[in-house]
Structure formats: structure tokens, C-alpha cells
Design a protein around this ligand. Structure first.
Ligand code: NAD
Length: 297
């Protein structure tokens, strides 16, 4: 019987645990604060940011939101970040990506105080992750790791194939899964757009994580019987719906389900976990900045 992992349920239990951590910080006079910065008029970016603000409100994190005109010079964004870096009420800063073309994304990510970099994209935090001493694990890979743990799928000794090598998903996830640490110890293969014979790699894997942004890239012909399949992809495909599209993953869910032991749906799999792990990093950041040791879920 295939197990379909309920990312909403796992995310809810993490958020419940975070509420307890937030209460204990509150007893010491600290309320975690997350600043979201939006420099985009893309409706999906606007939706993502408002969901993050709503999540903060629900768990008791103080949400601060800053919007910057999409045509403003990059300096305006950089000076906003500089102010947030020194604002003691702000423990985490999240700049919603993508940014407009005239803004250098790397310069922006490097301008964020690494202690407040709750996305985990600053080079200092990337370095700590690679060194096996992560300060803030990037939210989506951390969410995948927590989902595997909740499903009792231990990567230790498993062959894991990650499809996608992006800085925000594939690369950090590879680091988490092969580290000599709990939730790691897998043998990891990272596939990408230049990989020869993707199916040969995925069909030899115990765990397949799809993060390519290609709808229905993976089906049952590319999977081993009994595999664990985690679908990170979120793709809008044309559909006869009110919005004119529907969201689908990188995995052909119905077909993959016929061979997988464990599988995540889209939506309702990795997405809610990404949101929960942002809250996790913000609470962790508040603890670190106030030198308070906080129990995290
Ligand atoms: P990206 O475009 O930065 O990277 C995609 C990667 O996939 C690249 O490394 C590319 O080489 C690889 N790739 C593309 N086509 C391939 C193919 N045919 N075979 C093998 N590899 C291929 O994307 P990203 O930002 O890492 O996001 C990937 C997907 O995950 C997207 O659908 C995105 O929307 C989704 N996503 C979801 C969440 C979430 O919380 N659920 C978070 C981040 C990204």
C-alpha cells in the first residue's frame, strides 16, 4: 500500500511545536520578528509573501512587511536591508525572489546580516552548511529532510537521487542528505539538465527528490519498486479552471504511485513544509540573537 505523505499535517505539528518555543521566548521577553521584503509586482510573489506574513501571525511571530517599487534603484533595496539589519525587533529578513533584472541578486543576498539570513542563502551560511555545521538550513531542503523523518524514511545508507542542482533546493539538499549526521548519511547523486540517462539514475534509487521545474518529468518507468518519491516541483500547467491553470509537480503522481512505497502530493507535500521551516529559522534566529537556548521541533 503506497503511503501518501501529508505535508500539511507534518507542517502543522512543526508549527505547534514552534508555538511552544515562541511561548518560552516570550517568557524571557522576546518576540521573534520576521521582515519580508517584496520588490516585484508578480502576483505569485505577492501571494507567497502574504502567506508568509499570515503564517507569522498564526504562530505569534511579529511580521513586518516592506514593499519596494519594482522600478526603484537597487540602492533602495540595499538601504532597506541595512536598516532591517540593525533593527533589534527584526530577527529574520526574507527578500522574496526573483528580483527585477536591474538588481544584482548576489549583492542583495550578501547584504543581509548572516545572523538574520533565515533563507540560508548568504555565503557564510552556505559555507556552514557545507562544513556540516548548519546555522540556518534552507527552508525547502530542510522541509524535505523533516518530511522523510516524519515518514520514518531514514536516508542512512540509502541511494538518494536529487533531480535539480539549484542553489535553493538541489545543492543544499545534497549537503543535508550526505552529511555524517542524523537525517543524512545517504549516498547522493545530483542530476541536472546535462545528466545523461536520467532514468537509469532515478530507477536505481531508494529515494528520489524531484526539483527540476518540469511537469511530469518522473513517472513509474523511471522508479524502482518501493522507492520514496519527494516532489518539490510546483508548475502551473494550462487547465480548464477559473484561473486557467492548475498546479502540478515534477512527478506524474498517479503513475508514480503505482510503484512508490512513499510519495508526496503537489500541492500539499513539500510546499507547506517550506513555509513551516521559515518560521523555524526565524524562531532559531531570535534565540541565537538573544543568546537564549530554545528547544525546536
Ligand atoms: P531551478 O530552475 O533553479 O533549477 C532547476 C534544476 O533542474 C536545474 O539545476 C536544472 O539543471 C535541472 N533540470 C531542469 N530540467 C531538467 C531535466 N529535464 N532533467 C534533469 N534536470 C533538469 O529551479 P528551483 O528553484 O530549484 O525549483 C525547482 C522546482 O521546485 C520548481 O518547480 C519550483 O517551483 C519548485 N520549488 C518548490 C518549492 C516548494 O516549497 N515546494 C520551493 C522551491 C522551488
Amino acid at each position: 500500500m503506497t503511503r501518501v505523505l501529508d505535508g500539511n499535517a507534518v507542517a502543522t505539528s512543526i508549527r505547534d511545536g514552534l508555538s511552544t518555543s515562541i511561548d518560552s521566548l516570550g517568557e524571557q521577553g522576546v518576540t521573534p520578528g520576521l521582515a519580508t521584503v517584496l520588490m516585484s509586482d508578480d502576483p505569485s510573489s505577492e501571494t507567497y509573501v502574504s502567506m508568509k506574513q499570515r503564517d507569522c501571525e498564526e504562530v505569534g511571530i511579529n511580521g513586518i512587511h516592506v514593499e519596494i517599487d519594482v522600478e526603484a534603484p537597487a540602492e533602495e533595496l540595499l538601504s532597506t536591508i541595512a536598516e532591517l539589519n540593525t533593527d533589534p525587533a527584526v530577527n529574520g529578513i526574507l527578500v522574496q525572489l526573483p528580483l527585477p533584472d536591474h538588481v544584482d541578486k548576489r549583492a542583495v543576498l550578501q547584504a543581509i546580516d548572516p545572523m538574520k539570513d533565515v533563507d540560508g542563502f548568504h555565503p557564510e551560511n552556505v559555507g556552514l552548511l557545507v562544513a556540516g555545521e548548519p546555522r540556518y538550513k534552507p527552508c525547502t531542503p530542510h522541509g524535505v529532510q523533516k518530511l522523510l523523518e516524519a515518514a520514518d524514511v531514514d536516508p542512512d545508507g540509502a541511494d538518494a537521487v536529487i533531480v535539480g542542482r539549484s542553489d535553493i533546493v538541489g545543492k543544499p539538499l545534497a549537503n543535508l542528505l550526505f552529511q555524517k549526521q542524523q537525517g543524512g548519511n545517504a549516498t547522493v547523486t545530483v542530476c541536472h539538465s546535462h545528466t545523461d540517462d536520467l532514468a537509469a539514475k532515478t530507477s536505481a534509487a531508494d529515494i528520489v527528490v524531484a526539483a527540476a521545474g518540469v511537469p511530469n518529468l518522473i513517472d513509474e518507468t523511471m522508479l524502482a519498486e518501493g522507492a520514496t518519491v519527494i516532489d518539490v516541483g510546483v508548475n502551473a500547467v494550462d487547465a480548464d479552471t477559473e484561473k486557467g491553470y492548475r498546479l502540478t509537480g515534477d512527478v506524474d503522481f498517479e503513475r508514480a504511485k503505482s510503484v512508490a512505497d512513499v510519495i508526496t502530493p503537489v500541492p500539499g507535500g513539500v510546499g507547506p513544509m517550506t513555509r513551516a521551516m521559515l518560521l523555524y529559522n526565524t524562531v532559531k534566529a531570535a534565540g541565537l540573537q538573544h543568546d537564549i537556548s530554545v528547544d525546536l521541533p
